[in-house]
Design a protein around this ligand. Structure first.
Ligand code: UT7
Length: 322
């Protein structure tokens, strides 16, 4: 039986840091409110000409270097983003060219904040089926581009960045299981209402911006992530105590703490980057993973539970023996 395992991780953040105090000058908010309600202290925001592809490329290079893999080794690229550089080609194809990789399949996945978990599941399935041997899986966003900087309910929450992993075929797991779900009935609680086919709001002459009913999303996220944690443990016949590290989507510290409590996992065993990164959507899980791998917290052989929840609604998890 063929499995896939993580061979290397990488990430990239823009240079520009925007603190909560900076946002106090733009919208009616306060550092205290943002920290109390979300745990966020700052976020990184892409420069004027910096794109999702730029961040993705750097994260991918670092992941390939950590994995000891070159362009000739990669035979699949899956990139999760809600904020592609262009309508087409896919950002995966743009990054493929910059990395001097040629011929292998490359495509984008759109599952908003759950995007990386979806991308990882897709790549894992390619490898398990024997259709790829070494895949580059990227979550990358310039979410700041779709924020309404006059809406204090959303603009304080998000940031930009990219994270990547290289996964390779292995006789031993690796990725033990992935669990993906979606329910489009909840689309309007968290969405960008405009788009290519529907057109853009010509009256307001505004770009397409994120709209969110935060409190309703919060409640759904807590319940849904609680359920997917149970589903993941049950399907693998594991106990809560078998999990060494929780690597959650970094949307809100209160949600993260709730899931940690459910797992009876001390907060020291949870990778928390929300204070520094904010919510980077599809980049948040691989960014957090890379931080904890590089600072030496996550070690080979440990059991990782990744989970995410986002627009769609979409939600998912991955159980990984690192
Ligand atoms: O990544 C995808 C998944 N996304 C999430 O998981 C996000 C889920 N939602 C959340 O994290 C939280 O709901 C928020 C952080 C967005 C909001 O926290 P909340 O505790 O649910 O607050 P709320 O929306 O119920 O708003 C409470 C009050 C309101 O004022 P009133 O009506 O009570 O007077 C808001 O207008 O806080 C006000 N408020 C703010 N005040 C200062 C909303 N945003 C801000 C702000 N600064 N930035």
């Amino acid at each position: 039986m063929t499995y896939s395992r993580i061979l290397g991780t990488g990430s990239c953040l823009p240079e520009k840091v925007v603190t909560n105090h900076d946002l106090e000058k733009i919208v009616d908010t306060s550092d205290q409110w943002i920290q109390d309600r979300t745990g966020i202290k700052q976020r990184y925001i892409a420069g004027e000409h910096e794109t999702t592809g730029d961040l993705a490329e750097q994260a991918a290079r670092r992941a390939m270097e950590a994995a000891g893999k070159g362009p000739e080794d990669i035979d699949l690229i899956v990139l999760a983003t809600t904020t592609p550089d262009q309508i087409f080609p896919s950002t995966a194809c743009l990054v493929q060219s910059r990395l001097d990789i040629h011929g292998c399949p490359a495509f984008d996945i759109q599952a908003v904040c759950t995007g990386f978990v979806y991308a990882l599941a897709a790549a894992d399935n390619f490898i398990r089926a024997g259709n790829a041997t070494c895949a580059l899986v990227i979550g990358a966003e310039t979410f700041s581009r779709i924020l309404n900087w006059k809406d204090r309910g959303t603009c304080v929450l998000f940031g930009d960045g990219a994270g990547a992993v290289v996964i390779g075929a292995s006789d031993e797991p690796g990725i033990l299981s992935t669990h993906l779900h979606a329910d489009g009935d909840y689309a309007k609680l968290l969405h960008v209402p405009d788009g290519v086919s529907r057109g853009y709001d010509q009256v307001q002459q505004e770009r397409a911006f994120v709209e969110m009913r935060g409190n309703e999303v919060f409640k759904m996220a807590v319940n849904t992530l609680g359920r997917i944690v149970d589903e993941t443990l049950e399907q693998n016949g594991l106990k809560k105590s078998d999990i060494d590290w929780l690597i959650p989507h970094q949307a809100n510290y209160r949600i993260i703490r709730g899931i940690a409590r459910k797992l009876q996992l001390p907060i020291e065993r949870v990778v928390v980057t929300v204070a520094e990164h904010g919510n980077t959507s599809a980049a948040s899980v691989p960014l957090a993973l890379d931080v904890a791998v590089r600072d030496g917290r996550i070690k080979r052989g440990e059991m990782l539970l990744m989970e995410a929840f986002g627009g769609g609604f979409t939600w998912g998890s991955a159980l990984v023996k690192y």
